[in-house]
Ligand binder design. Structure first.
Ligand code: BJW
Ligand code: ZN
Length: 258
């Protein structure tokens, strides 16, 4: 590791250890090392698939079989993915009392699997489905019906009213879940440090989170393999893969605390 990177790790570890209310804001890049594809970038989903044909309410109205085949494929891929050292590092920082919340744009459930408890999911959860007509929702992981659901060829129907079910995720042009967004903004207002990990920072309103922290005088520490929409306001930029960087950072935080 070059000396400058080593010094930056030590500095971030100290900032974290001395923080009063540190939070994390994560995106698809944190799950890349778990084998979950990101959206943008050279191997991103939106390079192969067109977002407007798959991740909008209009697309679902126009062609529900197409949208469902995309989501069934992703559910099947994501259910086999395991959290990586970055997810585990955040859960451990929370157990150590350093991290107060993880605000994620990811729908893959990997933070929860890694043990994060103060978790806010801004864009929903891919393993939850909800009815397009009534209030029915189901978490397919919890109900144990995921395999059956993935094998089924027909469009999924609501067991209560027979209407079409849809993935409980947030598509372009849809509002984010109100309680989750309000809570995320309120937490960001309190934070004196935000770790921004693996997001292009291009999708709003989620991408406001680091700006809120910065505006209130908090530090912005970014972990990413590339520059992002957030990099211009980052106080410290740790370039690298989330799993590798966060594993090292956790060790450094533990060393500082000894
Ligand atoms: C690594 C790595 C490794 C790789 N280690 N790093 C201003 C204000 C408000 C809204 C807007 C606004 N301007 C425009 C809008 C509209 C729109 C928007 O933001 N569009 C922009 C794209 C221009 N926003 C919306 O439509 C939102 N809704 C809304 O605004 O509603 C308003 C409304 C109010 C009231 C009534 C009605 C409407 C909704 C946005 C929903 C986004 N949905 C998706 C799909 C979720 C479901 C699914 O999974 O299928 O969410 S799109 C996709 O993008 C997904 C992600 O959560 C989101 C963000 O992507 P993310 O996580 O940043 O991933 P990538 O791929 O972009 O980046 C990966 C990063 O990782 C890169 O930087 C890599 O370098 C890095 N990386 N490997 C570390 N190993
Ligand atoms: Zn229903």
């Amino acid at each position: 590791m070059p000396l400058s990177t080593f010094i930056m790790f030590a500095e971030v570890a100290k900032l974290l250890a001395c923080s009063r209310f540190a939070i994390a804001f994560t995106g698809a890049g944190i799950s890349a090392e778990s084998g979950v594809p990101t959206f943008r970038g050279k191997n991103g989903l939106w390079k192969t698939y067109r977002a407007e044909e798959l991740a909008t309410p209009e697309a679902f109205r126009k062609d529900p079989p197409l949208v469902w085949s995309f989501y069934r494929w992703r559910m099947g891929k994501i259910i086999r993915a395991k959290p990586n050292p970055a997810h585990y590092a955040l859960a451990e920082l929370e157990r150590m009392g350093i991290l107060k919340a993880v605000i994620t744009q990811n729908v893959d459930d990997l933070h929860r699997e890694a043990g994060s408890r103060g978790l806010i999911e801004l864009h929903g959860n891919i393993f939850r489905v909800r009815c397009t007509s009534c209030s029915y929702t189901e978490n397919l992981k919890e109900s144990g019906r995921l395999d059956e659901f993935l094998e089924e060829r027909d469009l999924p129907r609501c067991p209560k009213c027979g209407s079409l079910l849809r993935p409980d995720v947030v598509w372009f042009g849809e509002p984010l879940p109100q309680t989750a967004l309000a809570e995320a903004f309120s937490i960001a207002e309190k934070a004196d440090l935000v770790l921004v990990i693996g997001t292009s920072g291009l999708v709003y309103p989620a991408a406001y989170i680091p700006y809120i922290v910065k505006e209130r005088g908090g530090k912005v520490v970014e972990v990413n393999t590339e520059r992002s929409g957030i990099t211009p306001i980052a106080d410290i930029f740790l370039r690298g893969r989330a799993g590798e960087v966060m594993g090292k950072l956790l060790s450094e935080v533990k060393r500082v605390g000894e």
